[in-house]
Write a protein that binds this ligand. Structure first.
Ligand SMILES: [Zn+2]
Length: 474
């Protein structure tokens, strides 16, 4: 092939220079960073190839590039293909297998560009390239690392159904409407400082490696991360979401950081799974923020209490009292799991959760009051009728059984309505239990009744507080 000729052709070679030509082992004729093309045209006293001639014809450039790449592919060598800064029209590489590294950085591709169903067996370099038209990288297998740093995607770009085995770098990339649905990102993926000017979709995509969206600008009306799975750490620090943001049904398997992120609306985090407490310190949440049916698995990590406290305060700020209460509950639960929390606090916290779910449940204290009531009626009945006597008593026909039960119910009720009465009025125990029992068990009965009073009053208080909260909130 003409471009593979020896050193004697140096004087005919394209005089365009780019530092990345030095990477090109295959076509390195010398130690210069000159383009390796030998088919050239004069421009003044210099020679340039079809890619780098100042008056280049873009469609001819496209055809030549596609031809050269298919020749290079056919050679089955392991050498990189290096051709930076080309300007061309359409590129059509559907279903092509790129056997080695391909360097097409700093290019200007003016026509539609299609790499769908292709395979990059090694690294792909598109950094700084400007795709002026629709660009398709759908169903692509990127087996090496792919480089799209500072790449500009105009109009529309789709990476749907593609897999990235060795990481992808989209740092400072510039996107208009774009789609990354159903992708599989392994290793690190970087969108730091990138800008999405129009709708972006990451639906059903899996991020298996560290994921970076630091300082990323989502300027579009919609940024959709529906049902995405992040299995490693995710960083969103200082990013800005200007439109509707949806993380519904997303999974965050490790730490996720939304510190200093600004959400103008939402985000919608409903039905989302957080396996670690998410960090939202100094984040700004929009009015529509929604954590309905979100699952917060982490109650034990060191930073969990402060993460939930931050969310609690953020919910208070947007007057979402219901979700404020949920985060209050999560904060208390995770505080309880911390080693340095005093045991007494842990104990009361546990009771508070058990009997009213940190003030969120009206039914729990209500049913507890009923259960407690029945329990104490049973306890007093056992005192009055010891098990061995109850059968004897019932076998006699128990003529006044209902009256006796009624007196137990009365006694239990009085301990709620007039707590501690047992200590001041001894006759009252005698009336209920009879002189003999009252005499022998007075202190025991008094202690049980006192315990019943305290417990019942506490539950009634919890019930009233929960009821008040429920109506005040909504
Ligand atoms: Zn050239």
């Amino acid at each position: 092939m003409s471009y593979m000729n020896s050193e004697s052709n140096l004087k005919h070679r394209c005089q365009f220079e780019h530092k990345d030509f030095l990477i090109n082992d295959h076509h390195r004729y010398d130690e210069t960073n000159r383009c390796w093309m030998t088919k050239t045209k004069d421009h003044g006293d210099k020679k340039f190839c079809v890619f780098h001639h100042p008056l280049r014809e873009k469609s001819k450039s496209s055809v030549t590039l596609m031809k050269l790449i298919s020749q290079w592919n056919a050679e089955q060598n392991e050498k990189s293909f290096v051709m930076p800064k080309v300007q061309c029209a359409n590129l059509e590489f559907t279903g092509v297998v790129f056997k080695s590294n391909i360097y097409l950085q700093d290019a200007h591709i003016f026509g539609k560009c299609n790499f769908s169903y292709s395979e990059f067996n090694n690294s792909a370099y598109f950094q700084g390239t400007n795709f002026y038209n629709e660009t398709y990288f759908e169903n692509v297998k990127f087996k090496g690392k792919c480089h799209f740093k500072y790449t500009i995607f105009n109009i529309y770009t789709s990476f749907d159904d593609s897999s990235f085995d060795r990481g992808a770098d989209f740092e400072s990339g510039h996107f208009q409407k774009s789609s990354f649905e159903n992708c599989k990102f392994q290793h690190e993926i970087n969108f730091k400082n990138a800008t999405f000017n129009k709708q972006v979709k990451f639906n059903k995509t899996e991020f298996d490696g560290k994921t970076i969206f630091i300082n990323t600008k989502f300027k579009s009306q919609e940024s959709i991360f529906l049902d995405v799975k992040f299995w490693d750490v995710v960083y969103f620090q200082r990013s800005i979401f200007s439109g509707i943001t949806i993380f519904q049904e997303a999974h965050f398997g490790l730490e996720v950081n939304f510190d200093k992120v600004v959400f103008d609306f939402g985000p919608d985090m409903s039905e989302t799974y957080f396996f670690y407490a998410p960090s939202f310190h100094d984040a700004t949440l929009g009015q529509g923020v929604d954590f309905r049916e979100a699952h917060f698995v982490d109650k034990t990590s060191r930073h969990a209490p402060s993460c939930y406290r931050t969310l609690k305060l953020a919910m208070n700020k947007v007057s979402n009292k219901r979700q404020e209460a949920i985060f209050y509950g999560l904060e208390q639960q995770s505080l309880r799991k911390q080693r340095d929390t005093p045991i007494s606090i842990k104990f009361y916290s546990y009771l508070y959760q058990l009997f009213s779910n940190y003030g969120q449940s009206v039914s729990r204290p209500f049913y507890s009051i009923i259960t407690l009531y029945i329990l104490f009626i049973s306890i007093y009945s056992i005192i009055k009728f010891p098990m061995n006597k109850i059968f004897e008593y019932l076998s006699k026909g128990a003529p006044d059984f209902l009256d006796k039960v009624a007196s137990m119910i009365k006694f239990t009720t009085i301990n709620i309505t007039s707590p501690f009465k047992v200590w001041t009025n001894n006759n009252y125990i005698v009336d209920v239990f009879g002189p003999e029992l009252a005499k022998n068990n007075e202190v025991t009965i008094n202690i049980i009744a006192t315990f019943q009073s305290i417990f019942s009053l506490s539950l009634i208080t919890l019930f009233i507080l929960a009821l008040r909260r429920a109506f005040k909130l909504n």
